[in-house]
Structure formats: C-alpha cells, structure tokens
Design a protein around this ligand. Sequence first.
Ligand SMILES: C[S@@+](CC[C@H](N)C(=O)[O-])C[C@H]1O[C@@H](n2cnc3c(N)ncnc32)[C@H](O)[C@@H]1O
Length: 216
Amino acid sequence: MIEQKADAFIPALRFNFLTPFYDWVLRVVMREAAYKEALMQLITVNQGGRILDAGCGTGTLTVMIKKHFPQIEVVGLDGDRKILLIANSKVFLSGDLIQLDHGFVTALPYNNYSFDACVCSLVIHHLTTENKQKAFHEFYRILKPGGRLYIVDFFTPHNIFMMAVTLITQFFEETYDNFHGKLREYIPTAGFKELEVRQNFWTPIGTVSIITAVKH
Ligand SMILES: C[S@@+](CC[C@H](N)C(=O)[O-])C[C@H]1O[C@@H](n2cnc3c(N)ncnc32)[C@H](O)[C@@H]1O
C-alpha cells in the first residue's frame, strides 16, 4: 500500500512549478465550467449557512460559490500555501469576504458540526486510499446533521470513450480507487447516507462525476 502522511499533499498539477498554469489547464483542457456550473445548480444551503470548499486550490470554485450564494459564509481550505496565495489574490479581486485557511482534508482545523455543506472538487484523487477514507470521516465530522457533501471528482467511466481513456489514466496519481467506483464504498462507510451520482462529464482524463451525500 502507498503511504502518504496526513500533512502531505500532491500539488494541483502534481509538480509545484506547474501550479501557475493550473487555471488555464482546468479551463481549457479539463472543461471545469461544465461541472462547476452544474454543481452550482445542485447546492442547497439555507441563508446564513456555512460552506467549506475543501482543497480549494486557486479559489475559482470558492469565489463562484460566494457569487452564487452571497448570503452564506464561504470558507476555503488547502494544504498548499503556494496555491493559497493565488486563491487569496482571486478572492481580493472578487471583492468578496471569504476565509481561506491552510490545512489538510485528513485533519480539518474545524469543530464538529460547524458547516452546513462541504464541497470537495478534484481533490480526492490526490489522496491515497487511507487518506481518502480519513477525508470522508473528517467531512462527516465537521458537518451538522442534515449537512450535505458535494464531491466532484474522477469516477467510474460513463461511456465507452471514457472507458478507453481510463485504461491508461487509472494509473495516474491516486486515481485508481476513483475510476473503480470505490467512493461508493468509502462515503457511506464514513457515515453518509443518500449517496447519489448526480451528473457525469467527459474530460480528456476520464469521467468526472458530481456525487452528493447527506449526514443524517
Ligand atoms: C486539482 S486541485 C483542485 C482545486 C479546486 N478544488 C478545483 O476544483 O479546481 C487539488 C487541490 O487539492 C489540494 N490538496 C491535495 N491534497 C490535499 C490535502 N491532503 N489537504 C488539503 N488540500 C489538498 C492541492 O493542494 C490542490 O490545490
């Protein structure tokens, strides 16, 4: 089994020197607008609620959430201090009030029951099996009862083309569990109910799905 310390992380594009190109790659190559816009239509949080963007990266989604839901408190967290600098400037330019924290999804620096929703986009495939499971337990811990989890990540191929691409990309980073549907097992094991795969999207690396679950 591959080991990854709780405070270790794989940078957004695997290597630090590639981080400045992350936004371009996501926009142009990875079709981020398709699934991030779709996610906005699925999120439900009551006015005055609090939402965590776990592994917020450069903050694109974090700012998007705040723009869509101005009445809620948005918090972004990432393990990479360098990428948080980019996120900070994006938040500054947006003019919105968003808290950005340094921390790890495997040991979130928040109290139990402190969020109404947790979004985690394209992060789980960066984690080893053990850390994927730890992260889902942490998401469960910080959510209030009734709180919703929104995962956007690589998942089981949804058509023959994605199946072909995945024959190779399943061995990139820690994506194997994702492409082999293991999140269906890990999310309920952490305590979540009502797991649903809401939408699938093609990307050059394989299917990206939006998965939702609820803490009862
Ligand atoms: C591919 S980027 C996704 C960024 C953003 N969520 C998005 O959708 O564009 C993955 C991010 O997860 C962060 N990350 C990886 N492992 C982490 C961990 N264990 N704890 C917190 N952040 C982590 C990386 O630093 C990176 O910013």
